[in-house]
Design a protein around this ligand. Structure first.
Ligand SMILES: Nc1ncnc2c1ncn2[C@@H]1O[C@H](COP(=O)(O)OP(=O)(O)OP(=O)(O)O)[C@@H](O)[C@H]1O
Length: 630
């Protein structure tokens, strides 16, 4: 139910489709109130034009067209919805069973599905319906469902195959959960959007098939449906008689119902399919509230990127995960800011949310991310396309996988530049060579295919692409973690050299605090979705204030001096689905003050220039009550 509301809230298309279907349902349910006439009575006089007496005129047999439209809505909707439901049920069961059980079961189900897919739909429908002709509306429903389930089975199967290999399903299988539970409790909820979209596309198929069958005279012509109305209008030569209303009314309604189902189908896909969300560049920005206060950039210089009160996370079947909680962070022009914190604390979510790259089920719940004066979260897809790559770019841990293995590297480096208007081949070539020199790859590799390059080289290519348009900001989320240590160092030194040369700002995310201390101007430490301390790198290294930062610092070896044993931080961070009234580190903190730290949230207070910490050991200031999205 919540999912359906979310889709309606987020997709104007789905809302429009739902409203159209609802209006038609109301017409069907309240038909007796909306017309005094019977749909089958032939007493009203033939060929009467639309008017006061008969809103949509009458038929050749003297039936009222408006009454037929209203009562016909009942059967047409019944056929669409029931055939859609039955076909979806068959398609989902066949698709899921094939993917889950594999082996023989999958082979047999595949053959059956493929047979139904290759059989031409309409002739099959006509043959089967000719056999059951006159057997009533349910036989039409069953015939349509029987001929229309196979496409859905295909789609569900491929989604289920992908899900079956996901860690949580594998874990459930290994732990001995029953197949029924795994399918219904683990896999189905993850496919709800796809199944719903499949239902609406089958319902659309059902409505159109019924209209087609009826029009050809293969339906149950004794029942009033919008399809049989068309059949009778055609059979009685409505157009020859100039009785356009008899054709237009049911024809238009069939088209509108078809449109409504198609809109619902597309709307669901739009919200639940990450690929679509990604391609329009639309981080789902839910209801966002901006706060009045806006702290100045810590460095005193105007910030290039100013993240304010950012709240973001994920909608899961168990509820909302708030992975980024009311975060504020500024990056000055040319500054190298490191973001550190243990795994799962929300670093990537922050980077993706701030750059409008968070895919569904992720969403921004509140706050802003202002880059050079414009809030990225407010931009349209088109505006976003214009600033991405040019004003900011991103490099991720697995970015090298964005390279298409069968297209030469050169063309892929050109792509981003061409998308932003650089078309002169000589200029593109010169720039590509320069970029390759910058990131330390021989120019001759421009004519290689990605599969001919090592992982480190591919990652350098991606960094070159990210730098191609000399953006003001590059966000790097563990860009070198997949590479070996030596290559990592080399690439990082090159990134730093490029930054200094071009004056770009970098937000660099990693677990590796020692690396950040070496590279960054400033470091922000994140814990359980919150930035709990930030300071110039040297200050943070020499004098960390938050107990969590201190623990982190003591967990990595000193940059010089004798080797000694390091201790980890006992305990685990709190789950991000929970709301925490106090400090998120309370449970693990050696200096915790029960009754204070677990009851109130410490405000982030500036202790020395640029050094901010949120901890009651350093200030009694309580954070202003967060009005982040609930
Ligand atoms: N698609 C998702 N659906 C639900 N929860 C998610 C999803 N992706 C991430 N999360 C949760 O959001 C939280 C923050 O994840 P995020 O990847 O931002 O952390 P991180 O600090 O970057 O971790 P890492 O260093 O391991 O990449 C984690 O608790 C994670 O379980």
């Amino acid at each position: 139910m919540n999912g359906a509301l979310t889709i309606l809230r987020r997709s104007p298309r789905a809302t429009a489709g739902a409203v159209m279907v609802l209006v038609m349902m109301l017409m069907a349910v309240f038909a007796p109130l909306l017309t005094p006439y019977s749909p089958t009575s032939q007493e009203y006089g033939a060929w009467i034009t639309p008017g006061r007496e008969h809103l949509l005129g009458t038929t050749a047999l003297g039936q009222d067209v408006w009454a037929q439209v209203l009562y016909g809505a009942r059967t047409t909707l019944l056929i669409g919805i029931m055939a859609g439901l039955i076909a979806t049920l068959i398609g989902t069961s066949v698709g899921l069973a094939g993917a889950y059980f594999g082996g023989r079961v999958e082979d047999v189900l595949n053959v059956i599905t493929n047979v139904f897919l290759v059989l031409p739909g309409l002739p099959l429908l006509i043959i089967v319906s000719a056999f059951v002709r006159g057997a009533g509306i349910w036989s039409i429903i069953l015939v349509i469902a029987f001929t229309g389930w196979a496409w859905g089975a295909r789609v569900i199967r491929s989604q289920a195959l992908a899900l079956r290999n996901r860690d949580f399903v594998q874990a459930a299988i290994v732990s001995g959960e029953r197949p029924g539970r795994i399918i219904f409790a683990e896999m189905l909820p993850n496919m709800a959007g796809l199944i719903a979209a499949n239902f609406f596309s089958t319902a659309l198929y059902a409505v159109l098939s019924e209209a087609g069958l009826a029009f050809l005279g293969f339906g149950d012509v004794s029942t009033v449906t919008w399809g049989t109305m068309l059949y009778w209008a055609q059979a009685r030569g409505a157009l020859l008689q100039g009785a356009w209303w008899w054709i237009v009314a049911p024809g238009l309604l069939i088209a509108l119902l078809g449109t409504a189902f198609a809109l619902l189908n597309f709307g669901i896909d739009e919200v639940t399919n990450p690929k679509i969300v990604h391609s329009v560049g639309a981080t789902k920005v839910l209801r966002r509230r901006k706060k009045e206060r806006a702290a100045p950039a810590p460095t005193g210089t105007p910030a290039l990127l100013s993240i304010r009160d950012l709240d973001a996370g994920y909608a899961t079947p168990q509820g909302r995960v708030r992975a980024v909680r009311d975060v504020g962070l500024d990056i000055a022009p040319g500054e190298f800011v490191g973001l550190a914190g243990e795994s799962g604390c929300g670093k990537s979510t922050l980077a993706f949310a701030a750059t409008r790259l968070l895919d569904a089920p992720g969403a921004v719940f509140g706050g802003e991310s202002v880059l050079a004066g414009q809030d990225l979260l407010d931009l349209s897809s088109e505006e976003l396309r214009r600033v991405r790559w040019k004003d900011y770019s991103m490099v991720f841990q697995a970015s090298m996988n964005i390279l298409n293995p069968v297209i030469k590297v050169r063309e892929q480096v050109y792509d981003a530049m061409q998308a932003h208007g650089v078309t002169d081949r000589a200029q593109l070539d010169a720039r590509a060579r320069e970029l390759f020199r910058l990131v330390g790859i021989r120019e001759s590799y421009l004519d290689a295919f990605p599969h001919q390059l090592s992982g480190g080289m591919k990652q350098r290519v991606v960094i070159a692409i990210a730098l191609a348009l000399e953006p003001k900001l590059v966000v790097m989320d563990e860009p070198t973690t997949a590479l070996d240590v030596v290559v990592q160092r080399q690439i990082l030194q090159e990134i730093d050299a490029v930054r200094r040369r071009l004056g770009i700002s970098i937000l660099f995310i990693t677990h590796d605090l020692s690396l950040l201390v070496e590279m960054s101007d400033r470091i922000a430490i994140m814990y359980a979705g919150e930035v709990i301390e930030e300071a110039p790198a040297k200050v943070l290294y020499a004098d960390p204030k938050h107990p969590y930062t201190r623990k982190m610092m003591s967990a990595f070896p000193p940059l010089d001096g004798p080797r000694e044993r390091r201790e980890g931080i006992p305990g685990r961070p709190p789950p991000l689905s929970a709301e925490l009234p106090g400090c998120p580190f309370f449970e693990r903190c050696p200096s915790r003050m029960p009754g204070k730290c677990d009851a109130h949230k410490p405000a982030s207070v500036e202790l020395s220039p640029g050094h901010r910490v949120a901890c009651f050991l350093h200030s009694d200031a309580v954070k202003e009550f967060s009005d982040a999205a609930d």
